[in-house]
Design a protein around this ligand. Structure first.
Ligand code: TYD
Ligand code: MG
Length: 453
């Protein structure tokens, strides 16, 4: 028998080449190509144009039942999933090692098991004892979840095929599984793809909700299983900053619900606890607010979220000024600094600038521009922004402040948390009792900040 043809697959993006190369032409990473057997070269894998079954083509119109949902009862988790887990679907949960993925899914699974549904947790990373210990620590010693510590895909599928279909199946993690039909090490693109494919097929056929755990590399991509992202119905990221107890579950893809939805948790001694009112978490104490702190009225998904943005502008001691950003895009900071200097003569660019988003949150919205600019100007001028004041608005290169979406939701949340004043783009209307100050440009912002003491 002929040897199956070899190909070289990039371990970071999954691109395949007939020849080895030092650098992947598709994603640009170095030394990421490894040799793998070509699955397409396996006899019988080729599709031909004749001899297939005729499939029925259906109209888009018509009604299909909305998929039933499995609720974990952990509201933060259910909301991020788009209202609970969908039977027969596959979901990937990614995140850095040690962030709490196993903890979260064990808690969610136990909650479903407590409703009497069969559930299975397969760990390829930890032994039964370790998982049991964790369950004890989480106060789940009476959990009805069925455990297995296994990495062989064949054994897992044989076991699952012979048993009652679980309502929910957790596989921790997809990188540890290996299929004996593939000649590559566990964790490589072809192994991960093959294992995910088989498990997803099983889940779809039997109507189980499949939760896959995946690791994330240093640069924030799900290692290897980038390819898995396309195969699953939903991708959630579990993230948080080291040294902080807050954890954020974020939907980045969801075929059954909105993306950009977040769930906020706090890692405690006894596991992950839901945080129902996250705004309170990301705001420092009002009394102690110093210069350089501005509160941003943000939106995460459908949820308003107030966060404190802190800036420190200090004289540059030597050479090129330093820039350090935590929780915000550094290119965005560079832009806001340049605009402040060019359009409002703020004179900050030549200084060292540090910017931090409180509580370990990461902000991606352009609406944070105005709050960041407010924090920077406040630190530079040494003025304290009144503690009952929030900001939002996008800054354009011309220095004008532009309107952003969901102004009303932002303002309502601010009012709910006791804020009295908002610095906003022009032509924004808000709830009664909240004083709105339109800020048409960065020049107006600097002028306004000079009136603070
Ligand atoms: P884990 O769920 O193992 O993370 P992952 O599966 O993403 O690698 O969580 C590991 C961390 O969580 C560990 O460093 C300890 C901490 N932890 C708690 O603080 N409280 C707890 O109740 C548990 C179970 C873990
Ligand atoms: Mg784990």
């Amino acid at each position: 028998m002929a040897r199956p043809a070899l190909r070289y697959v990039c371990q970071s993006c999954g691109a395949a080449y007939p020849k080895w190369n030092g650098r992947c032409e598709s994603c640009g990473s170095w030394n990421s190509l490894t040799e793998e057997a070509d699955a397409a070269a396996i006899p019988g894998a080729k599709a031909s144009g004749r001899g297939g079954r005729v499939i029925a083509l259906e109209a888009v119109q018509g009604t299909s039942p909305t998929p039933p949902r499995l609720l974990t009862g952990i509201a933060e988790f259910d909301r991020v999933c788009g209202g609970g887990l969908v039977p027969g679907s596959a979901l990937l949960v990614g995140g850095d090692p040690g962030i709490g993925k196993s903890t979260l899914l064990l808690q969610a699974l136990s909650a479903i098991a407590a409703t009497g549904k069969p559930t299975v947790y397969i760990s390829g990373e930890e032994g039964i004892d370790q998982t049991r210990l964790r369950a004890n620590r989480l106060g789940l010693e009476d959990s009805q979840v069925k455990l297995a510590a296994e990495t062989s895909l064949r054994d897992i599928l044989t076991t699952l095929d012979g048993a009652n279909t679980p309502a929910v199946l957790v596989v921790d993690s997809i990188q540890t599984l290996w299929a004996d039909s593939i000649e590559a090490a566990p964790g490589t693109v072809s192994q991960v793809r093959a294992c995910a494919q088989e498990l997803i097929r099983y889940a779809k056929r039997r109507g189980a909700a499949l939760l896959l755990i995946g690791h994330v590399t240093k640069d924030g991509q799900i290692a290897g299983p980038r390819v898995v992202e396309h195969m699953v119905d939903a991708v959630l990221y579990f993230e948080g900053e080291r040294g902080h107890n807050f954890r954020i579950l974020r939907a980045v893809k969801n075929r059954f619900g909105p993306t950009d939805e977040i769930g906020v948790f706090e890692m405690r001694e006894t596991g992950l606890a839901e945080v129902a009112n996250p705004s309170a978490l990301f705001l420092g104490p009002k009394e102690a607010r110093a210069s350089g702190a501005a509160v941003f009225a943000g939106i995460e998904g459908t949820r308003p979220l107030l966060v404190e943005i802190q800036a420190l502008v200090a004289p540059a001691s030597y050479g090129a000024p330093r820039r350090a950003v935590v929780g915000w895009d550094s290119a965005r900071l560079a832009m806001v600094l340049a605009v402040l200097d060019a359009r409002a003569d703020a004179g900050i660019s030549a200084q060292d600038v540090y910017l931090n988003v409180a509580g370990g949150l990461r902000i991606g919205e352009p609406a944070a521009d105005l709050a960041a600019a407010g924090a920077l100007v406040s630190s530079h001028l040494g003025v304290v922004i009144p503690p009952d004041c929030v900001f939002f608005g996008e800054i354009s290169l011309s220095g004008t402040v532009r309107a952003v979406g969901q102004a009303e939701g932002r303002l309502k949340e601010a009012q709910k948390l006791g804020f009295k004043r908002a610095l906003v783009p022009p032509r924004v209307s808000g709830p009664k009792g909240l004083e709105l100050t339109p800020v048409p440009s960065v020049g107006a912002l600097v002028a306004l900040m000079q009136t603070f003491h």
